[in-house]
Design a protein around this ligand. Structure first.
Ligand code: SF4
Length: 379
């Protein structure tokens, strides 16, 4: 497979693994006293397990799985509000497929659909726009969620709806941003993090400078990485090399895709359509200042919160997690998925209890898919 096989070259991977081992030994990292490197993005978590990098790498390197899976961090109260919207008789509620199975307190969107709500899976907000054009007598709501990777496409859809004067298209906006939760994790006195693998797709949009505070204020290295096995190994090597040399910098391993200053067209669309919420709730992390986006006043006609009176904070925000679910502890890297008492027992991809088992980017789904029953047996 051209353009992918080059990044899966076994001899290249072996060379990187031995260079990692050399640096790990140099800084005295051992299985008992490992270097903790957080991969922020759920896509990286899946690559690590898919290619068995966690098994191949020096035992002194421990991967901590970060909160970079947008479906996984969606708070239960927000799922409840989405279901509330979807159950309105005039609404066609459109969403990416993964969000349909995320459990709410009452039910998931899939359960709402089974009970008669008009919930439809779409591949893009443009599909939702098309549904609005074709169904002028219905209210089409798009479930906008995701990090800076998907934020621009929702923004462009809203701009397009405004150009067309569509009056039956709105967005239930849950877009969130990556740098703020990293800061929250770094401020957590219980977190021990020595460096970061930065998200590739998000950085394609925002560039590398939004991470400057990690190196400048917290003195931790961060390397923005690609998703192939040698990308990740090279990024780990770059983090270890910084630690060995006493440096803390933002480096870009994924320069073939990530421009230093991001994508100006996407950034302009984001700036035009959204403003920051004072704070937003993250499943497992709680409220984080300025970590969520809402639709600006000039596009309020396309804001489902305004149109249907389901504003952020309108419903109860202290919705408890499902009993026995350790999603919060997994999300913050405090425990591995296999340490959750529900893993593989009360919670599997077929019958998920928590969002981390639903999403293809969730850490629990990655452990199950690539470790499966072995993961349960190992506990
Ligand atoms: S196994 Fe299920 S309940 Fe446990 S942390 Fe993972 S998703 Fe949550």
């Amino acid at each position: 497979m051209k353009y992918a096989s080059e990044f899966r070259d076994p001899s290249l991977a072996r060379g990187l693994l031995s260079a990692i081992a050399e640096q790990a030994d140099k800084i005295g990292a051992t299985k008992a006293k490992p270097v903790h490197i957080m991969e922020i993005c759920g896509g990286h978590t899946h690559s690590i397990f898919r290619y068995g990098l966690d098994k191949l790498i020096h035992p002194g390197v421990e991967f901590i799985h970060g909160p970079g899976c947008p479906v996984c961090v969606l708070p239960m109260a927000r799922v409840d509000e989405a279901v509330q919207l979807a159950e309105r008789p005039e609404v066609i509620f459109t969403t990416f497929g993964e969000a349909m199975r995320v459990p709410g307190h009452r039910k998931s969107l899939l359960a709402a659909k089974a009970a008669g709500a008009d919930v439809r899976m779409v591949y893009s907000p443009l599909d939702a726009l098309e549904l609005a054009r074709r169904n002028p007598g219905r209210e089409v709501v798009f479930f906008g969620l995701g990090f800076e990777t998907t934020t621009p496409s929702t923004a462009l859809s809203i701009q397009q709806a405004a150009r067309e004067n569509l009056t039956n298209f709105t967005v239930f906006c849950n877009h969130i941003t990556v740098p703020e939760p990293i800061k929250a994790l770094l401020d957590d006195p219980f977190m021990v993090l020595d460096g970061f693998i930065g998200p590739g797709h998000v950085s394609m949009v925002i560039g590398v400078h939004p991470y400057d505070f990690i190196a400048r204020d917290y003195h931790k290295p961060i390397v923005v990485a690609g998703f192939e096995p040698t990308d990740l190994l090279q990024s780990v090597l770059m983090v270890l090399t910084q630690i060995a040399e006493g440096r803390a910098q933002v480096e870009n391993q994924y320069a073939r895709v990530v421009p230093e200053h991001g994508n100006p067209v996407s950034l302009a669309a984001i700036e035009d359509v959204y403003e920051r919420r004072p704070s937003f709730e993250w499943r497992g992390l709680g409220e984080i200042d300025a970590s969520g986006l809402r639709i600006r006043e000039k596009y309020r006609a396309f804001d489902a919160e305004e149109k249907f009176g389901i504003g952020y904070g309108a419903g109860p925000r202290d919705v408890p997690e499902v009993e026995g679910c350790a999603c919060g502890a997994v999300m913050t890297g405090r425990i591995k998925p296999t340490a959750c008492p529900q893993f593989g027992r009360g919670c599997t991809p077929e019958m998920p209890l928590g969002a981390l088992m639903v999403s293809s980017e969730g850490a629990c789904a990655a452990y199950w898919q690539y470790g499966g029953a072995r993961g349960v047996a190992a506990e």
